[in-house]
Design a protein around this ligand. Structure first.
Ligand SMILES: *Cc1c(COP(=O)(O)O)cnc(C)c1O
Length: 389
């Protein structure tokens, strides 16, 4: 453990040297099945050949120019993201928090541009996570993230997820936007119901509000559709994505429909690295794979298999009570402490993730097949025997 690093992370005593596909390898050759993908980042597995080739190719051409110039890989990635979604315009950045910060700023400047500058507040939902900047920790409103960093940015009103009446009641004359994760990730893999997302769309339309979806974790194929909100048949006005878009190369994006995006004019917002040629070359390579014919159908098929096995393994529910989530974004609601089950699973050489309120979270590569599902479930079975009563 390095004492030269700030102590803001709790780390497991494990160091990886190499990754390939669904596996990570330690220096002494131990192999781990990676059902965390970082935190939902390396969705196509480690060292995906097509993604590696794109990065290497771009690295030999051009690493960086500022956004004072045209950047063809950036324009191409924006065109493909808008062609595949509700959005008409994209602003690139480097992380999920920046994508959400941009989404919140865009909602404000849009309300100002249509003559309602008093509309600056955002309704958010209990257990939300939107990042670690000053604004996004206030949006998430979790005491453990705000502690020591107060005063919190006063611009957010939080109510329970899936409580449409509470959302309606939270809307006031100063409300600019509603902000929700279609499936909460850090907060414990809590899906917003389709009816709730549809209800938020209607509320936003009635009150002249901007509907923002945070798809930083659930987007880019994670749920078996390109974007999680597609399952609910509603579209937002603004959406943030990041994590899986670069498969490990830092990139974030804020997408919006034309009317809203038009509020951004030269000078409104910017970033030095956002839309960097390397990041965008990788983003394009990721889309090549995720948008290929049949890819997401296969993710859905394998997800059904995994969910079926995990549900069966819940057994008498003494260790976990069931499975929730969608696609390859799954949460096991634990009875035993989630870190105990996670540790036992790690001893069986499978990596997963914790999430809030005692959930074990699985974010496996979208590329897993039956063999990896069997391997993970066999390891889980051993872990259950170890921690179960
Ligand atoms: C991870 C995450 C973020 C923050 O992303 P960073 O890249 O860590 O800044 C925001 N929203 C959601 C839903 C996330 O899962």
């Amino acid at each position: 453990m390095s004492t030269s690093l700030m102590a803001n992370y709790g780390r497991f005593d494990l160091t990886f040297e190499r990754g390939e596909g669904s596996y990570l390898y330690t220096a002494d050759g131990e192999r781990y099945l990676d059902f965390g993908c970082g935190i939902g980042v390396t969705s196509l597995g480690h060292a995906h050949p097509h993604v590696v080739a794109a990065l290497e190719g771009q690295a030999k051409e051009l690493w960086h120019v500022s956004n004072l110039y045209h950047i063809p890989p950036q324009a191409r990635l924006a065109e493909r993201l808008t062609a595949a979604s509700f959005a008409d315009r994209v602003l690139f950045c480097n992380s999920g928090a920046e994508a959400m910060e941009c989404a919140i700023k865009l909602a404000r400047i849009y309300q100002t541009s249509r003559g309602a500058p008093e509309r600056y507040r955002v309704v958010t939902f209990r257990n939300a996570f939107h990042g670690r900047t000053l604004a996004t920790i206030a949006a998430g409103a979790q005491a453990k993230h705000l502690k020591g960093f107060e005063p919190a940015v006063d611009a957010f009103d939080q109510v329970d997820l899936n409580d449409l009446d509470a959302a309606r009641a939270a809307i006031g004359d100063e409300t600019a936007a509603l902000l929700v994760e279609p499936i909460q990730g850090e907060g414990g893999v809590h899906p917003a119901t389709d009816a709730f997302l549809q209800g938020l769309r209607a509320l936003a339309d009635e009150a002249g509000l901007v509907l923002i979806f945070d798809e930083v974790q659930c987007g880019v194929g994670r749920t078996g559709r390109l974007f999680a909100h597609e399952w609910a048949g509603v579209t937002p006005d603004i959406m943030g994505v990041a994590k899986a878009l670069g498969n490990g190369f830092p990139i974030g994006a804020c997408l919006a429909r034309e009317e809203v995006a038009a509020a951004m004019v030269p000078g409104s917002h910017g970033t030095t690295f956002g839309g960097n040629p390397l990041a965008c070359a990788v983003g394009n390579a990721v889309l090549d794979v995720v948008l290929a014919d049949g890819f997401l159908d296969t993710v859905q098929k394998n997800s059904a298999l995994l969910v079926e096995r995990l549900t069966a393994l819940a057994g008498n529910k003494s260790v976990y009570t069931g499975v929730r989530g969608r696609g390859m974004m799954l949460g096991l609601e634990c009875v035993v402490p989630n870190m105990e089950l996670l540790g036992a699973l790690r001893e069986s050489k499978v990596l997963a993730l914790p999430a809030d309120s005692n959930v074990l979270r699985m974010l496996p590569p979208l590329t897993i097949g039956e063999a990896e599902i069997d391997e993970a479930c066999d390891a889980l079975e051993r872990a259950l025997a170890q921690v179960g009563s």
